[in-house]
Design a protein around this ligand. Structure first.
Ligand code: HEC
Length: 143
């Protein structure tokens, strides 16, 4: 019954925060709310717990899990943005732990997306065009 309890707890936290911040629901919110970290290194399994704890206080953790963020730069910027939100409860240590976890997780779970994004970024960097076109921003998750 541990699972049911956990679901209730997450639902309660989410209901509470939804009332606090009229936050629009993202399509990614309805996707899977867990990551199978059983094959991840121990340090990342521990970091996963910090991620679940800190990134679920204002919205579903599914929003982060099913997002299209994949590159280290994207995760650094995103976690920094979340850290700066009022009452985020994410201190410097947690910010680093979570960023490292999400970068590692993307290298496994979003291997193809990550490779495509890095390739596109590299192509943009070596482009002979005098206009510096920044890499396209992450598209919102479609599921
Ligand atoms: C203090 C509240 C709060 C916390 C804590 C929080 N978020 Fe958010 N998050 C938001 C809000 C509000 C939005 C809506 C879009 C915005 O304002 O940026 C959002 C949107 C998002 C989005 C989708 C929007 C986008 O910019 O693409 C992702 C992904 C996300 N959060 C990931 C995370 C992760 C990862 C963590 C943990 C490091 C986290 N959030 C912690 C408040 C929070």
């Amino acid at each position: 019954m541990k699972g049911a309890l956990a679901v209730f707890f997450v639902a309660a936290v989410f209901a509470g925060s939804a009332a606090r911040a009229a936050d629009p629901t993202y399509p990614a919110d309805t996707g899977p709310a867990t990551i199978d970290v059983s094959k991840y290194p121990k340090v990342q399994q521990d970091a996963y717990k910090v991620f679940l704890d800190k990134c679920s206080t204002c919205h579903t953790v599914a929003r982060a899990i099913n997002s299209d963020y994949a590159t280290p730069e994207e995760w650094k910027a995103l976690v920094d943005k979340m850290h700066h939100k009022r009452y985020s409860g994410i201190d410097g240590d947690a910010q680093k732990t979570i960023t490292d976890f999400l970068i590692y997780d993307s290298s496994i779970r979003k291997k193809d997306l990550l490779a495509a994004k890095l390739k596109a970024a590299k192509a943009a960097a070596v482009s002979t065009s005098s206009m510096t076109t920044p890499a396209a921003p992450a598209a919102p998750a479609k599921n």
